[in-house]
Design a protein around this ligand. Structure first.
Ligand code: PMP
Length: 315
């Protein structure tokens, strides 16, 4: 669906996945006016189809659009488009435990613009793909490399929103780490180069002595929907939960470290390599993060009561 600079989005329509036409001077191609979301559709044990907290994605897109000077679809339009896309692709939503349908809402400045300015027209589209595990390790622990040359985001930048401009700068760091056998990169605060921020496409947590901590979302890291959900679940399970600055040295001494994200799920971290030193974390079937993961997945599959109303049934 499309909209002009000061209009509301017109109603959209379903179409087959295929190329879209854009002006070479579209705002997204020249000035990076693009933001996206990532959500999943799940099939429950009794066959129902569900979205997980889609209004959170809709609101995050609105906040991102405001930051990037873009028009945004309403919450209702966003959820309706995601629902329609999920239903049109329902045959790709696997039974529970096998995978899920990843849904990618994308908002771009599609109008032409030559001098630096916001585009005069915006396009909102949603596509989907079936997915399995995000990391090649599957559900096994991942190995993180702490990046101390490249940073993901600076204060006042766009790190706190899901802008396409945040992702190209991490590709080089990710490629270098993957070439050395690591699963992903952990970024540090660009100012003090000491506090942890997040991983390329997930948030990071540590557990020490029954306290679960994660860095605050101060505009440089993305406020993950999985992050928020895990903080609530952790409290329900009796953990103390803190949002606070975490120096890398403290993380290295944690009992457990784990990453959270829609695509990533809850991924236990097996090792972290910082300045050439590798720290390994003890693994067991009793890990706190595995309990958090099984509770989240249990809610998403309809096996555990959804007491907060996170699931939206679409069929
Ligand atoms: N940080 C970044 C940079 C991400 O791209 C993502 C994935 N959206 C996350 C964190 C996790 O966010 P969520 O739990 O909403 O998927």
């Amino acid at each position: 669906m499309k909209c002009g600079e000061d209009d509301e989005f017109e109603a959209g329509q379903l179409s087959r996945f295929g190329n879209i036409e854009l002006s070479p001077s579209a705002g997204v191609l020249n000035y990076g006016q693009g933001i996206f979301e990532g959500t999943k559709a799940y099939r429950s044990e009794n066959g129902g189809l569900f979205l997980f907290r889609p209004q959170e994605n809709a609101i995050r897109m609105q906040i991102g659009a405001e930051r990037m000077c873009m028009q945004s679809p309403s919450v209702h339009q966003f959820i309706h488009a995601v629902k329609q896309t999920a239903l049109a692709n329902r045959r790709w939503i696997p039974p529970p435990g096998i995978g899920s349908l990843y849904i990618r809402p994308l908002l771009i400045g599609s109008g032409p613009v030559l001098g630096l300015a916001p585009a005069a027209e915006y396009t909102f589209l949603v596509y989907a793909s079936p997915v399995g595990n995000y990391f090649k390790e599957g559900t096994a622990p991942i190995n993180l490399y702490v990046e101390d040359v490249f940073h993901r985001a600076g204060r006042g930048g766009a790190g706190g929103v899901k802008s396409i401009t945040n992702y190209a700068p991490v590709l080089k760091a990710m490629r270098r780490a993957k070439d050395k056998g690591f699963s992903d990169v952990l970024y540090l605060d660009a100012n003090n180069k000491k506090d942890i921020e997040e991983v390329s496409s997930s948030n990071v947590f540590m557990l020490k002595d029954n306290v679960i901590s994660t860095p605050p979302t101060n505009g440089t890291i993305l406020e993950g929907i999985t992050r928020k959900s895990i903080m609530d679940i952790a409290q329900d399970l009796g953990y103390q939960v803190q949002e606070r600055a975490i120096p890398i040295q403290e993380l290295l001494g944690a009992d457990e470290v784990f990453c959270t994200g829609t695509a990533v799920g809850v991924a236990p971290v097996g090792s972290i390599t910082y300045k050439g030193n590798r720290v390994e974390y003890k693994m067991s079937t009793e890990l706190g993060c595995l309990k958090l993961h099984s509770t989240l997945v249990g809610i998403q599959r309809g096996e555990i009561e959804d007491s907060r109303g996170w699931l939206v049934q679409i069929e």
